[in-house]
Design a protein around this ligand. Structure first.
Ligand SMILES: Cc1ncc(COP(=O)(O)O)c(C=O)c1O
Length: 346
């Protein structure tokens, strides 16, 4: 099977496993694990912040950020298809007492005017105060799209002027940095908190980082403990993170090039692919345009030896990653249009 469902499907390479096997470890909860401490040092540097905290997952990172930045009963402003909104089981309300105000973005991006409008209240004490803005870069459900730096900074500045704190869900920040040529530290540095996931395109079996000021990371460690995320000999997995930072960041450009090749090839074969949206490692195929239901389309593709996923009604998603080779791309170029009967419409 050629697994194009998500970059979460990467499996640790032999070299990564070797690094894990050789890791020096200690008690992470006591901050005695040298490998975790080194990963946190590298993560802080990469994300342009004073300190970083190693976590099991990026969802925990987002939830910790909302818990330490938000005020109970206050409002979280977020793009309406962001991961925090659609895939964290209402955690903002559940854990942090936040009322979520979703706004429809353009390619996952919001404007300063939208932030101003969303945070407006009529002024009485009864109006919920907008206290946190969360931004996602790259934006998953929009198609792995990247925020231009000037737009991102304009939104952060506006949110601060309005008294909000700002969080960056940078699960795929490394993809954004590689695709735009802007260092991750420059993208993430102006936020109060920023997360990075290690288990997607970076190829680790698990792990994420949250970064921010020393004071905020003190609070983040408390929340991590509360969520049950403080670990013991976690260096065994943190070693994978260090390996990934050394070997798997720049190569994301290969995944992006493969996604582009897939998108162009599929479009040429008659599939409805919006090439403009292919900025990183995601390709979206509108199968409704072929008159197919997504479940039927997925099944036909599976029968041809490939796995894709669904991101929105009528649309399938293919994601390139470490375990997808040029040969896999060539096979997918041939087999997916065949499976969907696209040649009939080409
Ligand atoms: C944008 C975004 N944020 C956060 C997450 C959560 O990551 P994890 O599965 O590590 O909790 C994901 C996972 O797909 C994601 O796409």
């Amino acid at each position: 099977m050629i697994d194009l469902r998500s970059d979460t499907q990467t499996k640790p390479s032999q070299a990564m496993r070797q690094a894990m096997a050789n890791a020096e470890v200690g008690d992470e909860q006591e901050r005695e694990d040298p490998t975790v401490l080194e990963l946190e040092r590298r993560g802080a540097e990469l994300l342009g912040h004073e300190e970083a905290v190693y976590l099991p997952t990026a969802t925990m990172g987002n939830q910790i950020a909302l818990a330490i930045l938000g005020e109970r009963g206050g409002e979280l402003i977020v793009e309406e298809r962001a991961h925090i909104m659609v895939a964290e089981l209402g955690g903002a309300a559940f854990h942090s007492g936040l009322q979520t105000h979703g706004i429809l973005g353009y390619r996952g991006r919001l404007t300063p005017a939208q932030i101003r409008e969303a945070s407006w209240t009529e002024g009485g004490f009864w109006g919920p105060r907008a206290c946190v803005l969360a931004i996602e870069n790259t934006h998953n459900t929009a198609g792995g799209t990247v925020w231009p730096l000037d737009e991102l900074q304009a939104v952060v500045t506006t949110a601060r002027e309005l008294g909000m704190r700002v969080h960056l869900d940078g699960a795929r920040l490394a993809n954004a940095a590689v695709a735009s040529g802007v260092p991750a530290s420059e993208i993430a540095g102006s936020f109060d908190t920023a997360t990075l996931c290690l288990s997607k395109g970076l190829g680790c079996p698990l792990g994420a980082l949250i970064a921010g000021s020393r004071e905020l990371m003190y609070l983040a460690r408390m929340e991590k403990h509360r969520f049950g995320g403080a670990m013991r000999q976690a260096g065994i997995v943190a070693a994978a993170g260090l390996y990934a930072l050394d070997h798997n960041v720049e190569r994301l450009a290969d995944d992006h090039a493969r996604a582009r090749r897939l998108a162009e090839g599929w479009a040429a074969a008659g599939l409805a692919v919006d090439l403009e949206l292919v900025e990183t490692n995601f390709v979206q195929v509108n199968v409704a345009a072929l008159g197919l239901e997504v479940d039927d389309a997925l099944e036909r593709i599976r029968a041809h030896g490939l796995l894709l996923s669904v991101t929105k009604p009528g649309t399938l998603r293919a994601v390139t990653h470490l375990d997808i080779s040029d040969d896999d791309v060539e096979r997918a170029l041939e087999l997916v249009p065949q499976a969907l009967g696209a040649h009939v419409h080409a």
